[in-house]
Design a protein around this ligand. Structure first.
Ligand code: ZN
Length: 335
């Protein structure tokens, strides 16, 4: 039996907004409610917090200092991203939990869920990444910390980011690192307005960044098709010891930040195709129903150990997107 553990701390609730904000502590209630309903709220472990020094493997010192200083009181890093007196400790704990989940996944095959807040994938070395106007609710890049650890132990790290938004912070941090493969599937032309097909990595890392910008209103059929045609072949080619997942559920139908209409079907399928790998699943976005339904479906798919067979009818736009990505990436990958 593969292991299953949840790394969680009540400290993740201490990062909280003064006024209404979609990224708030109730998100953890939705996630826990969904896990409980599927008998997945178990094997809960309190993670160690990271040290400020651990952060410096990923972020520049002035950014870390700025977060620490600002979170002495309530305020904003930018118009989207708030801090509160609990932010510093919550963010250190989230970063530590993500690294610990990666270490466990290296040691013993299983699924290790870092059920953390604040999220991280929009956070670059110095805060905002590339041309993004804001940090998009993120503080420290949790998955980047996990990837650095796996890279040091295994020589390479594989990240799959299926949050509805592009993981621009993660991409910026590893842009010139050929040993970190980052596959990112997200809705096209929304915040942070990066993640185009032709963004494939810096000079020494070409082809190690794979961007899949999905058409607006994409459904399960579109996502399953793309996952089968691009994500699975690349992962099989790499045969990693551990896969790190930037797990965002804001593409679920009924979530309000995007136009995507995914359901349990896609998330279960995605988890099932990765059954043979050890997973570190790090929470990114998802603000409501996606956490209650998408998160447990992904975990169940993985733990089932059986790859789901799916017949799909993708849209014309999705077929064109896949064609374009294969054309761009064929030098690097057998697709
Ligand atoms: Zn998102």
């Amino acid at each position: 039996m593969p292991a299953y553990e949840v790394l969680y701390s009540p400290l993740f609730r201490e990062h909280k907004p003064e006024e209404y904000h979609p990224e708030n502590p109730s998100r953890l209630d939705y996630a826990i409610e969904g896990l409980k309903a599927n008998d997945l709220w178990k094997n809960i472990r309190e993670p160690e917090e990271a040290t400020p020094n651990d952060l410096l493997g990923v972020h520049e010192r002035p950014y870390v200092a700025r977060v620490r200083e600002l979170s002495k009181s309530s305020g904003n890093l930018d118009p989207d991203t708030y801090v509160s007196p609990g932010t510093w400790n919550a963010a250190l704990k989230a970063f530590g939990a993500s690294r610990e989940a990666a270490l466990s996944a290296m040691e013993r095959k299983g699924l290790y869920l870092a059920l953390v807040r604040p999220p991280g994938h929009h956070s670059g070395r110095n805060g905002k990444a590339f041309n993004a106007p804001t940090l998009g609710f993120c503080i420290f890049n949790n998955i980047a910390g996990a990837a650095k650890l796996v890279e040091a132990l295994d020589g390479k790290a594989v990240i799959i980011d299926f949050d509805a938004h592009h993981g621009n912070g993660t991409q910026e941090i590893f842009w010139n690192d050929p040993n970190v493969i980052h596959i990112d599937i997200h809705e096209t032309d929304i915040y942070p307005w990066s993640g185009h097909e032709h963004e494939v990595g810096g000079r020494d890392a070409k082809g190690t960044k794979v961007n899949i910008p999905m058409p607006h209103y994409s459904r399960d059929d579109d996502y399953i098709f793309v996952w089968r045609e691009i994500v699975v072949p690349i992962v099989e080619n790499l045969d990693p010891k551990v896969i790190l997942i930037s797990a965002g559920f804001d593409g679920f139908r009924g979530e309000h930040l995007t136009t995507l209409r995914l359901t349990e079907r896609f998330f279960r399928y995605a988890g099932s195709t990765l059954s043979k790998y050890s997973l570190t699943v790090i929470l990114e976005g998802g603000y409501d129903v996606g956490l209650r339904k998408g998160l447990p479906a992904f975990i169940e798919g993985h733990l089932s150990g059986i790859e789901t067979e799916e017949t799909v009818h993708p849209s014309y736009e999705t077929l064109k997107t896949v064609e374009k990505i294969i054309e761009i990436q064929k030098k690097q990958w057998e697709l």
